[in-house]
Design a protein around this ligand. Structure first.
Ligand SMILES: *Cc1c(COP(=O)(O)O)cnc(C)c1O
Length: 361
């Protein structure tokens, strides 16, 4: 038996053990074809079934109507920072962005690099990005409103989405897609790098509404146009086959083992509550995000005595709890508890934290 730890990495992150075992079992001979899925043509019926099933499962899980397309893209969520404004802001238009941390900052920067006009309508920078701005006034003529639904580094999350008065919402959902239920109707586009909540790195999911596709100008570079991917079932060129295959298995696990996103959300809320309740009761640790805006996916915290943090992270790892170091830009500690991390993992973390507090408190 492989010796595995409880994995709290922020991304790439934990995958369900049963999915890893399934990959292992069929790795050398995929469904009797005598080859690995990493060796077959993306034009083969084997891969066709994989990608079609992946699309169908994403649609079912998110309850998407006929007016949404599911695309598998290259270049990470980071390339979407460019593709979104390139495809969706016309020359005479301005897009509204809400700045809730490093990933929003990057999204804004990339739009400006390609000469698009953006307006930062709200920001939480004044308090170290530890909250989500409220009561924002949006421009009714904006091309779209861009938000980062979950701020992986700062540990904040939009609890409910802003009312934009009909302007399409565009969201970077890299670190919370499929972690909770929500109504997709106000969203023109949702994108997510797969390596947090959906699968391995190497593929980015985009969920795009028909009216957004219709905006895409013809004269863009082929590989940077959403329409190229939409017209060819994400196979204009060779797609990231293995990453899509693993994503398909994770979607199957989410549907068939967990029973869908509502069940997943219930488990996720239990996990987050367990950890937050412990942080709230302790004087030894403290959460860094405002209570009303804190994330159920990335729990960021500090030790009251910050000089103990390095020891905390090292001792945790020695006890089989990995990935608890905060993002290098902010320091501190962070437990990323995405869909694939279990309640058992969070229970083990809380026990360790209590033990560490007894020893060092
Ligand atoms: C991880 C992350 C990204 C960057 O994703 P890449 O796939 O590495 O480009 C962007 N946005 C958010 C919210 C993230 O968590």
């Amino acid at each position: 038996m492989a010796k595995r730890i409880f994995n709290f990495n922020a991304g790439p992150a934990a995958l369900p053990l049963s999915v890893l075992e399934e990959i292992q079992a069929e790795f050398l001979d995929y469904k009797g074809c005598g080859m690995s899925i990493t060796e077959v043509s993306h034009r083969s019926s084997w891969f066709d079934e994989v990608i079609n099933d992946a699309v169908l499962r994403v649609k079912r899980l998110l309850n998407l109507g006929e007016n949404y397309k599911v695309l598998f893209l290259h270049g990470g969520a980071s390339l979407q920072f460019t593709m979104v404004p390139l495809n969706l802001i016309a020359d005479d238009q301005v897009a509204d962005y809400v700045n809730t941390g490093s990933w929003s900052v990057k999204a804004i920067k990339e739009a400006e690099i390609i000469g698009k006009k953006v307006r930062v309508v709200a920001s939480s920078e004044d308090r170290d990005f530890n909250y989500i701005p409220k009561d924002i006034a949006f421009d009714a003529d904006a091309a779209y409103v861009h938000i980062t639904s979950n701020n992986t580094i700062r540990g904040t999350q939009w609890r409910s989405f802003p009312d934009t008065g009909g302007v399409p919402l565009v969201s970077d959902m890299s670190s919370d897609i499929m972690g909770r239920t929500f109504d997709v109707a106000p969203f023109g586009l949702i994108y997510a790098g797969a390596q947090k909540n959906l699968g391995p790195s190497g593929v980015t999911v985009a969920i795009i509404r028909q009216d957004m596709l219709e905006r895409v100008p013809d004269n863009l570079p082929t590989m940077l146009k959403y329409t190229t991917y939409a017209a060819k079932n994400s196979m204009f060129n060779t797609p990231p086959c293995f990453a899509i295959y693993v994503l398909q298995l994770v979607m199957k696990w989410l549907e068939e083992t967990i029973g869908g996103i509502a069940n997943m959300e219930e488990i996720n809320r239990k996990k987050a509550e367990l950890l937050y309740n412990y942080l709230d009761e302790s004087d030894f640790y403290r959460g860094t995000a405002e209570k009303e805006d804190r994330s159920i996916m990335n729990i960021t915290f500090r030790l009251a005595d910050e000089s103990l943090e390095e020891t905390f992270i090292a001792e945790a790892l020695a006890n089989g709890l990995g990935g608890l170091k905060g993002h290098r830009s902010v320091g501190g500690c962070r437990a990323s508890i995405y869909n694939a991390s279990s309640l058992e993992a969070v229970q083990a973390l809380v026990s360790f934290m209590a033990e560490f507090e007894r020893k060092h408190g």
